[in-house]
Structures are given as C-alpha cells and as structure tokens.
Design a protein around this ligand. Structure first.
Ligand code: XUL
Ligand code: CO
Length: 437
C-alpha cells in the first residue's frame, strides 16, 4: 500500500500550551461543547480540488508544487493515487469529511460515456476507502465551468446543447454523491452570469437556471437521495455579474421560481466579502430564513479584492460566524468545508497539514468562545433589552396586525418624541474582546 505522507503521523491534540507545530491546540474532536462534541459541531471537510489537485498556478505562472500522487503516467492511476492520498491525509488530520467536484476525482475523457466509466471506477475506490477509513462525503458537486464548452455558462448558456451537457454531468455527479452516501449536493454557479448586456438575455438566463435546478430536485426524488441540495452564492468571478450574487438574492430567486423548500445555502466566507458583506452577515441572512445548510470557510485578503481562498486564521471572524451558527441551532447535516488553498510559495506537503490544523484550531476556538458568550447571555440580554418595547403595549399591537396608521398618529400626538437610546456598539465590541483573551 503506497503512502504519500510518510513523515507525518496522526495529528494529536496537545492543548493550548503545545509548541509542536503538527498538533492541535484547540480542536479536540471528542471534547463536548454545549452538549455536542466538537466533531459533531464542526464536521470538518477537506476540499479535494485545492488540497490534492492544486498546483500553485496563478495568472502569472504555472504549476510549482511537486506532489508524489501526481507522478504516474496513466491519468487513471494518477487519479487513484490522488484519492488514496486524500484519504491518508484526512485520516491523519482527523477530518471526518471530504468534498469533491466530479472532474477533480476523475479526469474527463473524450466522450461523456468514457468519462462516466472513469467516474464509476473512482467512485468504487472511494466507497472502499470510505469503508476502510470511516471518512465520509460531506458533499459532491459538478464542475460545469472549467471545460471550454462552458465558456458562456452551463444552465444559462445560449445553446441548449450545452445546457444538456451540464444536465448530464449533474445527473451523474448526483448519482455518484448518492452512491457514496453524501450528506449534501452543492450547486455553485461557476459561469452562471454574464459580462455584457449587449449579448445577454438576463431574464431568459435566469429562467434557464431555475429549470435546471427544478430538474435536479426531480432527479433527487427519483433516486431517493436524502442529502440536502445547497446553492453557494458568489457575486463575481469568473463572470462580472453572477446570478447567485449573495444569500439574499439566492433566497429571492428560489422563492420566485417555487424552489425555496428544496434548497439551502452553502455560505462561503470569501464570497460574502466579495459581495461587500461580512461572512456573518450572509450566514445570518440564510439562517434567519432557516436556509443555512453548510459553510465554505475560506477567507479573502483584506488588501486584495479577489477570491484568494485562504485558510481561516482570524479568531474574530470565526467567533462571529459561530455565534450565528450556534444561535440558529448548528449546521445540521452540513459542515465546515475548507475550500481553501495554501499560497503558491507553500511548497511542502507539511504546509497542507499546517494550513488545515490552523483552520481547525481557529474554528474550534471560535466555537468555544461563541458558546461561552451565548451561555453567559450578556450579549443576548443587551439585544433583547433593545427590542423590549415590542413585547408589550404598542409594539405588541403593531406586530399582531391590530394597529392602524391613524392609531399610530394618535399615539405620537399623545406621547410626543421617542426617547433616544444608544446602541452601545463599542461597549459590545469590548465585551466580545474580553472573551477572546
Ligand atoms: C469557487 C468555489 C467552488 C465551490 C464548488 O469560488 O467556491 O469551489 O465551492 O464548486
Ligand atoms: Co466554495
């Protein structure tokens, strides 16, 4: 049996005082936080595409990483080696889940029939490796954006033949996800958007996208797939205007096309910030409507305006995210996927471990801190107090639908000006900082 990381053993939990770089300081899978283990809260997943298929290439230069699983001359042998490396990595790291695109795990062949045969072969191996290691599939998805045929979009393509190709690919990827017991299936609208209105029929393209999603809902029912269908919003990149701009626009889109009950959202930190939001804003928008399904936790760089897909290291951000997630009852059958890549200059295999360990520890700390903040109740008490007026008298009548505009006028005429009240934002920021110590 080949091994690809002979120099790294299982990553232990050593606690906050550890000085060993290849150890967890905060993520202790079996530790119980608020009635659930950290493993159950966080459901960490390794993203197959970045961690095992990433090459370090950028727009100014090609591949720089030399990976031992990428050496065989036969593409299918390389694919099998890559999959084995992924399971060795995930097992050593102690990540319970992984995620893939169809074309990451099995390379595309000359015909769809042959490509599907390749996928079947790799899925059989994945099923065996899942059984051997206990690792599970958080979600599968289809890459309908890299191949040149998808240059003008997949579901939103002006050519129905390309739409059909996307549909065929998604059907197969859903079937493979189902076979592997995937907990979710993701749709990220890779090139579902446009760059110029001069050649684009926006209304038609949105209807096409909805039609494809409806077909996916029907197919899910047909095969009895129990996973959740997730849409991952992103405002731009690769196209200038993406239709799945942010959580709010996706929720509106789903409602408009009668798809609301069939989908939840996979919120990605870096996509939320590209849309001009914070990560926690988009999480809250999804969660407020009961549609928060899962997260991609990769962050952007505050100085760069594009999708840098970096591992999370900012404690303030993971705390804010976990506050939203815990308040809304957790991620259910979703999880925390690292859709993140190491930097071009991070050449060593060990860097892949350091990156994931850091991300897992940062989230584990965010979880523990958010749990403490919520259990102490000080923050929520402030919030509740701020809206106290709605629990009685006038507030209650308004929300019960009993008040009228003339009644509001009469109320103001007899009560005069409302009393100004501070939002206490800075005090609350200080309060959160106290917990970060
Ligand atoms: C792209 C992105 C994707 C999706 C899956 O920005 O986030 O990798 O997560 O297709
Ligand atoms: Co993503």
């Amino acid at each position: 049996m080949k091994t690809f990381f002979p120099e790294v053993g299982p990553v232990p939990y050593e606690g906050p005082d550890s000085t060993q770089p290849l150890a967890f300081r905060h993520y202790c899978a079996d530790e119980v936080v608020g009635g659930k283990t950290m493993r159950e809260h966080l459901r960490f997943a390794v993203a197959f595409w970045h961690t095992f298929r990433g090459t370090g290439a950028d727009p100014f230069g090609g591949a720089v990483y030399e990976r031992p699983w990428n050496t065989a001359s036969d593409p299918m042998e390389r694919a099998e080696d890559t999959l084995r490396a992924a399971f060795e990595f995930g097992t050593k790291l102690g990540a319970p889940f992984y995620c893939w695109h169809d074309r990451d795990i099995a390379p595309e062949a000359d015909t769809l029939a042959e490509t599907n045969r390749r996928l079947d072969r790799i899925v059989a191996l994945a099923a065996q490796l899942q059984r051997d290691t206990g690792m599970q599939l958080l979600w599968g998805t289809s890459n309908c954006f890299s191949h040149p045929r998808f240059t003008h979009g997949a579901a939103t393509n002006p050519d129905p033949h390309v739409f059909a190709y996307a549909g065929a690919q998604i059907r197969k990827a859903m079937e493979c996800t189902h076979e592997l017991g995937g907990a979710n299936y993701v749709f990220w609208g890779g090139r579902e958007g446009y760059s110029s209105l001069l050649n684009t029929d926006l209304a038609r393209e949105q209807e096409q996208l909805a039609r494809l999603l409806r077909m996916a809902v029907d197919y899910k029912r047909e095969i009895g797939f129990q996973g959740i269908l997730l849409i991952e919003p992103k405002p731009k990149e690769p196209t200038k205007h993406q239709y799945d701009f942010d959580a709010a626009s996706v929720l509106g889109f789903l409602r408009r096309f009668g798809l609301f009950d069939h989908f939840k959202l996979n919120i990605e930190a870096n996509h939320a910030t590209l849309a001009g939001h914070s990560f926690e804003h988009d999480l809250e928008v999804a969660a407020a409507e009961g549609r928060l399904g899962s997260i991609d936790t990769n962050r952007g760089d505050p100085q760069l305006g594009w999708d840098t897909d970096q591992f999370p290291t900012d404690l303030y951000s993971t705390t804010a995210a976990m506050l939203v997630i815990l308040r809304h009852g957790g991620l259910g059958q979703g999880g925390v996927n690292f859709d993140a890549k190491v930097r071009r200059g991070s050449l060593d295999l060990a860097d892949l471990f350091h990156a994931h360990i850091g991300g897992m520890d940062t989230f584990a700390r965010g979880l523990k801190i958010a749990h403490r903040i919520l259990s102490d109740g000080v923050l929520d008490a402030h919030r509740q107090q701020r809206y106290a007026g709605w629990a009685e008298g006038l507030g209650q009548r308004i929300m019960a639908g009993a008040a009228t505009l003339p009644e509001l006028e009469a109320y103001v005429l007899s009560h005069g000006e409302p009393q100004p009240r501070s939002g206490r934002e800075e005090m609350l920021e200080n309060l959160v900082n106290d917990y970060l110590r």
